[in-house]
Design a protein around this ligand. Structure first.
Ligand code: 3PG
Ligand code: MG
Length: 400
């Protein structure tokens, strides 16, 4: 039995389900640039409709801080949601998430219909988890379905508070996410590898501290690898490097040694004088970086070494790119390793889970987004999970 309550545990027919989704999608100039978070909500909505429930969708968008801000309305998402649901599903929008506008819209919702409520964060009670606001939300339905793992690190009204007012279960997306994460770190097939990249050690300290105790192989790339190299006495030139973090890095390395976790750092790199597309660059040993140059990607020897090392593992967790992948050719290292991980996953020898904003973009760029066992669209929530922190929006779904 799943450790969490799911849709299988509740009667759906005749109910009005309040479904917490995360439609905090990236937008540019009023247009959605990536609708993944909308399309991923559809299976839960369909399942509820097929089971005979009415569906009321709750989401935040941006950070309006308790004020009604036109540019943070969820109304512009309606056409994309309608397209994702299919034109035959009646979809309505209410321009407030609580109060008369919301209550009237729920009362008028036909069987088989879906209602999207306006941005929860237009009310300060949402982020404050204010009991009066939560009561107003809760009275709109009689079942709470949580399908927003990416907001589960927030102890907000629609994420945490409401689960104490209504029967609360995980939706299909939340369930898939929790099951994948469980297989990756809580009860994984060993050996387990983690690939951690990104710019700074300082933002991922707790994550590294947690991972060295859970994984047998820790691959470090991206800007943060420079700080590790620096701490080991390597001259990294003008590379991104947090010199003040050297002693913290030494502490992580010591902890890893005690826990029998093998840390892999770059041995060669793509090095250039500046970060811009198609700039002239050299591949060189990490030990020969000139003082006026920067490390911008792992080198091919390192990429191949990582590919070989992860092939010995059964589980892989990935967060953060290994180089400045947005700028060619410094995407090469990340892409090489991503493709190797995808091959291992397809061959069935490795279970691979990735997450975090940049990571999803990097895997997409490498063309392997659909080849990983699971890719989470969560940013902060995925990081907090890697840090080993209990997420408030997940805790409330646990079976007691
Ligand atoms: C996200 O995009 O990270 C989630 O929707 C959470 O948003 P927040 O960081 O504004 O709480
Ligand atoms: Mg965030």
């Amino acid at each position: 039995m799943a450790a969490f309550r799911t849709l299988d545990d509740v009667e759906l027919a005749g109910r009005t389900a309040l479904v917490r989704v995360d439609f905090n999608v990236p937008m540019e100039g009023g247009r959605i640039t990536d609708a993944t978070r909308i399309t991923r909500a559809v299976p839960t909505i369909r399942r509820l409709l097929e089971g005979g429930a009415k569906v009321v969708l709750l989401s935040h968008f941006g950070r309006p801080k308790g004020e009604r801000r036109a540019e943070m309305s969820l109304a512009p998402l309606v056409p994309e949601l309608q397209a994702a649901l299919g034109q035959d599903v009646p979809l309505r929008f209410a321009d407030d998430c609580v109060g008369k506008a919301a209550e009237d819209a729920v009362a008028a919702l036909p069987q088989g219909g879906v209602l999207l409520l306006e941005n929860l964060r237009f009310h300060s009670g949402e982020e404050k988890n204010d009991p009066a606001f939560v009561d107003q939300l809760a009275k709109l339905g009689d079942l709470f379905v949580s399908d927003a793992f990416s907001a589960a690190h927030r102890a907000h009204g629609s994420v945490e508070g409401i689960a104490h007012r209504l029967p609360a279960v995980a939706g299909l997306l939340m369930q898939a996410e929790l099951e994948a994460l469980e297989k990756a770190l809580e009860d994984p097939a060993r050996p387990v590898a983690a690939i951690v990249g990104g710019a700074k050690v300082s933002t991922k300290l707790e994550l590294l501290g947690n991972l060295v105790e859970k994984v047998q192989l820790l691959v470090i790339g991206g800007g943060m690898a420079n700080t590790f190299l620096y701490a080991m006495g390597v001259d990294v030139g003008r590379s991104l490097c947090e010199r003040e973090m050297a002693s913290t890095v030494e502490e992580i390395v010591r902890k890893a040694r005690e826990a029998d976790c093998d840390i892999v750092l770059p041995t060669d790199a793509a090095v250039a004088g500046e970060l811009k597309p198609n700039v002239s660059y050299d591949i060189m040993s990490i030990k020969s970086v000139p003082e006026d140059q920067m490390i911008l990607d792992i080198g091919p020897r390192t990429a191949e070494h990582i590919a070989l090392r992860i092939a010995d593992c059964r589980t892989l967790v990935w967060n953060g790119p290994l180089g400045a992948f947005e700028v060619q050719p410094f995407d090469a290292g990340t892409t090489h390793v991503a493709q190797a991980a995808a091959d291992l996953t397809r061959a069935g020898t490795v279970l691979s889970v990735a997450g975090g904003g940049d990571t999803v973009a990097a895997l997409n760029h490498a063309g392997v987004l659909n080849d990983f066992s699971y890719v989470s669209t969560a940013g902060g929530a995925f990081l907090e999970w890697l840090e080993g922190k209990p997420l408030p929006g997940v805790q409330v779904l646990r079976r007691s």
